[in-house]
Ligand binder design. Structure first.
Ligand SMILES: [Fe+2]
Length: 142
């Protein structure tokens, strides 16, 4: 199960709030993929991943803007990783909309494990390096 945990705290409120919300959506996705009888609800999957995509874009934009304003040296690497996830979600959702999955259950399972691992690893290995490196006025936007 995907869960946000205290050790994932970056120390920038707006970022930590976003991360908790992202985990909440991924968790919703986890539950939808474990539907009774192993049946995958295609509409529900599309709905949840669509919402995740919107939130991912909003969050990444916020994070990247704060990093640019702070002239954060890890910006390029962080942006590269963000672009990868933006791309992965876009490809999955495009295929989903066109109904192109030969095996939706398998594709969804794959996405499920990918998302939990990606999010945890990105926060722990990349986002946490931002600790103390983001300017105070960016940390607490009005
Ligand atoms: Fe990030």
């Amino acid at each position: 199960m995907a869960n946000w945990q205290e050790h994932m705290r970056v120390g920038i409120d707006v970022v930590d709030d976003d991360h908790q919300e992202l985990f909440a959506i991924v968790r919703e996705f986890d539950m939808a993929t474990q539907a009774a009888g192993g049946l995958v609800d295609s509409v529900l999957i599309g709905d949840i991943l669509g919402r995740l995509q919107v939130y991912v874009h909003e969050h990444f934009d916020r994070e990247e803007e704060a990093q640019r304003e702070s002239r954060y040296e890890g910006y390029a690497e962080n942006k590269r990783q963000h672009d990868e996830l933006r791309h992965t979600l876009e490809i999955f959702l495009d295929k989903h909309k066109r109904g192109e999955w030969a095996d939706l259950k398998q594709a969804t399972e794959h996405m499920r494990s990918f998302l939990s691992v990606w999010l945890s690893e990105h926060i722990m290995k990349t986002d946490r390096k931002m600790r103390g490196r983001i300017l105070p006025w960016v940390r607490n936007p009005k």
